[in-house]
Structures are given as structure tokens and as C-alpha cells.
Design a protein around this ligand. Sequence first.
Ligand code: PHE
Length: 434
Amino acid sequence: MENNRPNWTSRVTFILAAVGSAVGLGNIWRFPYIMGQNGGAIFLLVYLSLILTICFIPLFAELAVGKITKKECIGAYESVNPKFKFLGFLNPFTGVLISSFYFIVGGWILNYIYLSLSNTKIDDFGNYFSLFTQSSIPSCGFTLIFLLICIIFTARGIKKGIEFANNVLMPLFALILAGLIIFSLSLPNAHLGLEYMFKPDFSKVNAHMFLAALGQALFTLSIGMGALLTYGSYIKEDKSITKSTYMIIFSDTLFALMAGIMIFPAIFSFGLEPNSGAGLVFVTLPYIFSNIPHGSIVSAAFFILLLAAAVTSGISIIEVPVASMTERFKISRKKACFILFWIISAIAIPASLSFGVLDNVKIIGKTIFDFLDFATSNVLMPLNALFLCIIAGWFLKIRGEQFISNRFLAKLFDIGLKYIVPLILVSLLYIGLK
Ligand code: PHE
């Protein structure tokens, strides 16, 4: 079986795939709305500090564990100690839960592509968005179409499509974002948005915000559900992962900041609320598009490129359970994808309906959609990242000197991996969940 595992054709393909996994809805949809709910600039400050100081450690460790063990998550954990099998299993489980709400947002994008291409005129975008998400059949239908797109790409193998999407479409996406930023900054009162993003109000610091920032950092960098471990396991022996780690962090942060600078000035200019939740971007963007020349063409182009970014992330989420099913349970890739389609649909449909007919179903006071988002980003991903650091630092004994030439930095990495990051993860989980 070992020899039948897929491999990246080149290091560039691997880097592109890993960056493609990181850059997605987490940057454009989730980052602005979580920042808007957690006090703006102060959240950004905490988020960036977490990314620059601690997140690169579990990111690197996850890729390294995959590369060293050459196994999917369950097998990788089991090869370290058979007792860890259960912890490995938590990764594909988290993946299935993430897909179940991620693909709903993917469905919203498909709907907005349809709106732009059909040139539909809408007066009140806030009202339109709530009516659409409350509608049972259209919103579930688009969710299933998005799921199908990702499943088909995954069923065809890990490489096809990813290279094109990342080589051609991502630079185009950055370009369109840059254009929209210029427009957004030229709006009246744009400076209020910039102040909201960059002038921290220290009185808004609270424990919950730290957990939200950590959850967002892990989510956006694809850490803590085995996506990077699985992608890392397809790397051929001789390829280094240090450069990939920097590339992922750099591109991901760039896209998130660009999304923020595009969205917040527009929010303040149009008099919208930054803390309005998951619909934030889907209400603000149409306002921007309806105010620029050839808005519907720009809007179609924007949402198509966002779709590409979401698909390359979606593929990496599904790849985790698919790899576990094919390698552990010897199910063919196509069959695994078929089974997963049904499992994810069974959770995604009620989650999608939780904006409408099922909105009174609450789990710990949250709708099904909000619960899935919270449980994965704020609980399961930090937990998985914690187990991963312990396994990498204490059992596989991954050491900084193996890949960092500067001795001081290498030592710092070791201390971070073995002590500091696990301690921070435990404390944030404890404080945030209390
Ligand atoms: N990082 C992706 C995004 O920002 C989402 C993702 C999470 C992908 C976890 C893989 C694993 O959209």
C-alpha cells in the first residue's frame, strides 16, 4: 500500500497545494467577521502576535510529522504509539465537521456567482442575505453543488486542478483584491474603517478574544485537523519544508489583511455594523459591487476566484478523511469520496437549515452552524494542535537543528514545541471554555 501513496510531482506543486489549503474562506469570509465580533484592531494585534510567535511551530510540526511518518493521520499517530490511534482519529473527524459548515459558505458563493451572472438587481442586501440563508432548498442545493465540486476534484487525485487553481487563479485573485482595496479606500469615511482595523482599544481585551484569535489563526493556516499532515505525507524524502512554512504564513496573512482592508472601510462608509456575524462579507461586498462601474462583471470575477480559493481549501479538508479511509480501511478513493459525500451532506443539510426552519435547535446556546464553527475552530483544532506538538516534540523528537541553521532560533523552536506552545494551547482552551 505504501508504494501506492500519491506523491507531489515537485516541491512547487506541494507549496502551491499547501498555500491553496491555507488561503480560502478563512481569509475572506471568516477573518473579517470574527475580527468584527472581537473588537477590531485589538483582535488583529493578538491574532498577528499568535501567528508570528506560536502558530508557525505547530504548522511546521504538522508538516514534519506527515513527512516523517509517511502515513495518513490515524496511521501516523499509531506509528508513534498504538495508544495514540484514537487521537489520530480526531483529525478526520474534525475534518468532516469543518466540511459541514465550510461547504455551506461555499454554497453562498455559488449563489452570488449566479446573481452576478444573471445581473439580478437587489435593493437591500442585508435582507436578501437573510432570506437566502433562511430558504431551505436553494441554500441546501448550492451547498450540495459546492460539496460535489470538491468531492469530484478529490476523487480524481490530489494533483489535478490544484496547480492551475493556484498558479493562475490566485495571483488573479490578489489583483482583483488590490483593485477593490483601492476603491474601498476612496469611499467617504474610509479612514474610520482603517482606524477600526489598526487603532487598538486595549479596554476590549478579554479571554474569549484570545481563544477566538487562536481559533482563527489555526483555522486560516489549516493547522489542527491533519490537512497539512496529510499533504506533508505526500512529500518525497529529499524536499525541505522550511520554505513552505514561511510561504504559507506569508501568503495567508497577506490575503487576510487584504480582505480586511477591502471590507472595513466599506463597512463604515455604507453605515453597516462590523459585528453583524457570519453574513458580514456577503452583505458588504454586494454594496461595493453595486457602486462600481461594471459592478456585475467585477462581482462575477471576484466570486469565481473566491470559489477557486475555497475549492483548493475544501479539497484539502476532504483529503484527510479520504486518505484515512483509503489507507486504513483499504477503500478505493472513489468509493471513499462517495461515502463521504453522504456523511458530510447528512451534517451540512441540518447546519444549513439552522439559518431557517431549524433556527430554534440550539446546542450550548448556539445554532447548529455556529456550534460546528465554534466546536471545530475553538475546541477541536487547538486540541489536535496540542496533541500534535506533544507527539512531535516528545515522542518523534523533532528538533529545530534539523532544519534551522541558526542555533539560537533552533533552540527556541525546541522549547516552543515542547513547552511553550502546549502550555499556551492548554491555557487558552481552559480560559476560553471556562
Ligand atoms: N485554511 C482554510 C481557509 O482559510 C480552511 C481549512 C481549515 C483548510 C482546516 C484545511 C484545514 O479557508
